[in-house]
Write a protein that binds this ligand. Sequence first.
Ligand code: FNR
Length: 180
Amino acid sequence: DIKNIAVIVGSLRKDSINRKVAQALIDMAPAFLNLEIVEIGHLPLYNQDFDADSPAAYIEFREKIASMDGVLFATPEHNRSMPAAMKNAIDIGSRPYSKSIWNAKPGAVISASPSLQGGFGANHHLRQSLMCLNVYCMANPETYLSQADKLFDPAGEVTETGRALLKLFIDRYAEWVRNW
Ligand code: FNR
């Protein structure tokens, strides 16, 4: 059975390390796990007034995530938390009330930062929101990619060290989804 997984990248910048992480995971995932980046940069800031009549971008995003079998988050850390764009996407998907598209999906969080802490703060703030939304987050392997800029060569290819970490993460996530 093919499992379709939405990959949400919390960075909007072109040369994002987290986007490289996401791409590497896409490339090395087992064949039955079909990962696809779902973009969030164009989503207007969440406004509860829009619950009654949502912008087309909200509706498309919600329908896309609803159609997927799981959700995988690759997050940078902004000021010890997840970037606003990531939180915005989570909030948009969570509403209207009782219509959350996140509910009961198998999830996973990976964080990457050039710092030594590897985005630990962002990773766990994100998990806090996912817990409330009933996303079943894989607990292990906890993957906080520190000095993550060094995990990619100048051509953007993942290094051997990076490959080992990412392969372990995606193989365990594949098991998590398969056993769902
Ligand atoms: C950062 N950065 C950062 N890094 C970190 O490890 N902890 C932090 O709290 C922050 N805070 C922070 C705030 C803001 C506003 C910016 C723009 C950046 C640095 C961050 O890790 C770095 O820019 C990464 O390269 C961002 O991830 P992407 O875009 O490469 O995926």
